[in-house]
Design a protein around this ligand. Structure first.
Ligand code: ADP
Ligand code: MG
Length: 300
């Protein structure tokens, strides 16, 4: 059997089943970051992401943006847990023939993102490699009361998304701003029941919330904010790498949130959580409702 026959998510589930965890782990595999026991008031968050030349970026992409993305996608995962990023280690695989200028620019991008979001760069590893590979692991922390998992969605919760969905590959996927300020504002001022950052695609990531929470949802085509770079609605909701937040909160807090939202980032209320047996349905602009599979990007 080959990895591609199993699929990325089944492979990760297989790893998960074989792992035994100590009592220090609150949440291991299965959310945007691991949640670990830390202090009386806070949890530690721990996440990693890897970028590979030819897969996530190309040699012709600006190195400074590749570096910025390498850290920003980790910050996005910490934000999706409701927390703040703190310390990162950076491991790189570089061909010996690589221009020093490229490596310098890449680190300039990493530093830019680290400075903006107050992350200390504290170590890493350097190896020779045929292709450029960047792996960053990031530690963050979150006040216990602000921890937000994928698994907390409740029936009748309102579903929101930040920014615009789809078409990110044309522009935004290398040069996006992780929604850290927005996420911190949300968890400090509202009862956010569940949250995820959309990296696999809007539908797939909403699907992760539904699966982990054992819930269904009804979403409205007319309310979903599609990017003008996206070709069609149906592909926009499946495109990966939006790095927007998808979250749910009790319906009675939805109006207050819409009134309190002071960020430039767009905020859209796009549907409602329902019973798990009802699955996921999409209400088309015509008013017709159809069942839809929450599929998106997978690596194999
Ligand atoms: P995200 O898109 O938020 O970065 P992923 O889809 O990459 O999340 O990963 C989902 C979950 O699976 C996370 O909890 C992650 O830590 C875990 N995971 C992914 N790959 C591996 C692996 N090779 N070994 C162990 N855990 C993994
Ligand atoms: Mg994530």
């Amino acid at each position: 059997m080959k990895l591609k026959d199993l699929g990325e998510f089944n492979f990760i589930n297989r790893i998960n089943r074989a792992i035994k965890l100590s009592g220090r782990v609150i949440k291991g595999i299965g959310d945007d970051a691991a949640v670990l026991r830390y202090t009386k008031d806070k949890y530690m968050l721990f996440t990693a992401d890897m970028l590979v030349e030819g897969k996530h970026f190309h040699k012709c992409d600006k190195a400074v943006l590749v570096g910025k993305k390498a850290l920003s996608c980790n910050i996005s995962d910490i934000a999706a847990m409701g927390g703040s990023p703190k310390f990162a280690v950076i491991s790189v695989g570089f061909p010996g023939s690589l221009d020093l200028k490229y490596a310098d620019e890449l680190y300039k991008g990493i530093r830019k993102s680290a400075d903006s979001f107050k992350v200390d760069l504290v170590g890493g590893d350097t190896v020779g490699s045929g292709k450029i590979i960047i792996n960053i692991a990031l530690i963050g922390e979150v006040e216990k009361e602000n921890l937000t998992l994928r698994s907390g969605a409740k029936e009748n919760d309102a579903i929101f998304v930040t920014g615009n969905i789809g078409g990110s590959i044309k522009l935004k996927h290398l040069n996006f701003t992780p929604r850290l300020e927005e996420a911190r504002f949300l968890v400090k001022n509202f009862k956010i029941n569940s949250m995820i950052d959309a990296s696999d695609g809007f539908l797939a990531d909403l699907g992760h919330i539904l699966e982990e929470s054992d819930k269904g949802a009804a979403i409205l085509e007319k309310a979903i904010p599609v990017s003008k770079n996206a070709s069609r609605f149906d592909s926009a909701i499946r495109d990966g790498e939006d790095f927007e937040l998808i979250f749910t909160l009790p319906e009675r807090q939805a109006d207050r949130l819409e009134n309190a939202w002071l960020f430039k980032t767009r905020l859209s209320r796009i549907g409602q959580i329902c019973n798990g047996r009802e699955g996921l349905s999409l209400v088309r602009k015509s008013g017709k409702s159809e069942k839809i599979k929450p599929a998106g990007f997978t690596h194999f």
